[in-house]
Structures are given as C-alpha cells and as structure tokens.
Write a protein that binds this ligand. Sequence first.
Ligand SMILES: NC(=O)c1ccc[n+]([C@@H]2O[C@H](COP(=O)([O-])OP(=O)(O)OC[C@H]3O[C@@H](n4cnc5c(N)ncnc54)[C@H](OP(=O)(O)O)[C@@H]3O)[C@@H](O)[C@H]2O)c1
Length: 336
Amino acid sequence: MLLHVGVIGATGYTGYELLRLLHRHPQATLAWATSESAAGKRLCDLYPTPDHTPLIRMEDAALAQADVVFLCLPHVASMAAVAAVRAAGVAAIDLSADYRLPDATVYERWYGHAHTRPDLLAEAVYGLCEVNRSQIAGAGLIGNPGCYPTTVNLGLWPLARAGVLWPRVIVDAKSGVSGAGRELRLSSHFVEANENLSPYSIGYAHRHIAEMELILGPHVPGLQITFSPHLLPVSRGILSTLYIDIDPGLSETAVRDLYAAAYADEPFIHLLPPGQPATLRHTVGSNRCAIGLTPLPRPGQWIVTVSEDNLLKGASGQAVQNMNILFNLQETTGFI
Ligand SMILES: NC(=O)c1ccc[n+]([C@@H]2O[C@H](COP(=O)([O-])OP(=O)(O)OC[C@H]3O[C@@H](n4cnc5c(N)ncnc54)[C@H](OP(=O)(O)O)[C@@H]3O)[C@@H](O)[C@H]2O)c1
C-alpha cells in the first residue's frame, strides 16, 4: 500500500519534522504541502535542507487526492481547515488542540474561543496511541495529543488504569524552545531564553491540563493536577518530573510490574531500569517516551521521570504513528 499524504502548514516546526518523517516512510508519498506565507517557494528556500518540495496554498491543494491529511496549524486556524478535509472525505490528523477535547465547553474554557465545529468533535478520537489504539484504528479524525500531556499521561497511565493513583499529582516539566513553534516571540529570543530557566503559565493556567484531566480524570476520582511548565534553553525535548502518591499497600515490585504489563508490547515506550531516571538524551531524535520510576522512602510516594522529543513523540512522530495505526501498518513503519 502506498499512502498519498497531504500536509497543511508545512513550514512550521512540526510540519517540517513531518515532511522529514514522511520522506523516509516506505509506504507514504507526499501528495502536496501547503503554506500561506511561502506559497510559490520550496521548502529548501526556507530551511537548510535539500528538500525541494513545492509549497502551495491550501485553496490550491487537491484535498481529495490524499488518503490522509496532516494539519500543522495553530489552534483556531485548524478548525475550518479540518472541516474542509473531512468534507472532502479524507482522514485528518490534526496536530493543533482544536480536536483534542471532546467537550466544546471545556475547549472554550481553556482556549478562550468558541468551537465552531462541535459536530466534528463528536467523531474526533484523541490520538494517544498507547491508550486509544483501538478507537484510532477506525477514525476519520484524530486529535493528535499535546506535547506535555503525552509525557504526563503515558507516565501515569499504568497506575491510573489500575486505580491505584491518588488524586494529587504534581508535574514539574521543562520544554525546549521549539515547543513554542517557529513564530517569533520575545520569550524565545536567544538572549531571553539562553542560560535561563523560566516557569510560565503556572497555577492551574496551562491549557494542557485539560488533556491530562481527559485521560487520567476518569480513573482518578477528584484528580488535582498541579502543573508547572518551564522554558528550557535547548532546541527540543521535554522532561517531566511527576510527584505522586499511590496506594501505600503496593510493593515496589508490584508497581514496576504494572508498568511492565501496560507497556510490554509498546515499541516506543522505554521503561528504564531501577535507579535510572529519564533524561532528554534518552529520547531526543527518536519517537520514544522514556519512563523512570523512583520510590521515596515513604509508603506510596514515588517520583516518575518522563522524557520525549516534543517534535516527535510529542507531535509529528506520534502523528505518523497514528497514521500507521489508522491504515493498519506496522506501527514502527518509517521510524527504524
Ligand atoms: N512545536 C511543538 O513542539 C508542538 C508539539 C505538539 C503540538 N504542536 C501544535 O502543532 C501546531 C503547529 O505547531 P508548530 O510548532 O509547527 O507551529 P509553527 O512553527 O508556528 O508553525 C505553524 C504554521 O502554521 C501556519 N499558520 C500560522 N498561522 C496561520 C493561520 N492563521 N492560518 C493558516 N496557517 C497559519 C504557518 O505557516 P505559513 O505561514 O507558511 O502558512 C506556520 O508555519 C500547533 O497547533 C501547536 O500547538 C506543536
């Protein structure tokens, strides 16, 4: 099978990463790639790459000629673009937040915009591959997860689904600067970010909390997430350190067994051996999520460290993994 793939918003960091992945995917070929600001140029005019992919406007893209379309646009901009793809009868994988949350009022509360296509929310599947694989397989529309929530949800999923995670969860997370996208803004200027470490959106303020509550909430009554993201002066990578309480009756072996059972057949989950916390180097450049488990010398208290590459498992890599699931390809196709 050779899939014809369209990419909308190919000039941003996730779009560029996606093209890189698709070019080496043995069962995908690029049908077209769009840019509004750089239409008429080639990718190599914008990035230091030999990739001559021509960039066209979305209105000129033959939507129906694609088997699947990836959308790499900012939230809100993606709402109507996804609707156009679905109207053409083509599967959509949206990297923005617009189709991640099934409830339009929850979306509006966190994003401050009314959702213009709540009808499409009903068909959207949250594309956290390791958790929602069976729903992804038949989906027409996939809301690709956010970068931070992927670390938190995968880091805690084995405990949440077993019903042993206590409600108070503290997340201390650091992200490389590419997490903010390619658009220029003061906080990501070299001099502002370099040799600095800045918390931002702390105090139940960051939008990604909604995705953590979406996945963990149904399994953890009264879930209370304290999420403190930080801007780390590296290009890419996320490290989340999670401070949690669990059922104090569980032995260390029982906890490690829960993780081993949950992720036994997962090619992109790297469970680290005892004593080894996750670091950026475990995952940057790969589609893996690395998870380290450290017990505290107090019953039921643990520190879980989780790392990923924000542009791969946190965005475009997981999006390709979703495409592989959607079209019943081996999930690792295109990665190794
Ligand atoms: N960066 C990450 O680590 C990451 C991780 C997970 C999810 N995401 C999400 O993925 C999406 C893309 O992120 P990114 O980091 O690739 O962003 P980015 O680098 O800022 O790129 C976004 C692209 O969208 C296009 N665009 C911007 N405003 C637009 C508008 N109003 N209408 C149509 N097109 C517009 C631009 O391309 P043209 O000007 O060329 O058209 C731009 O290159 C976002 O929703 C983001 O939240 C990002």
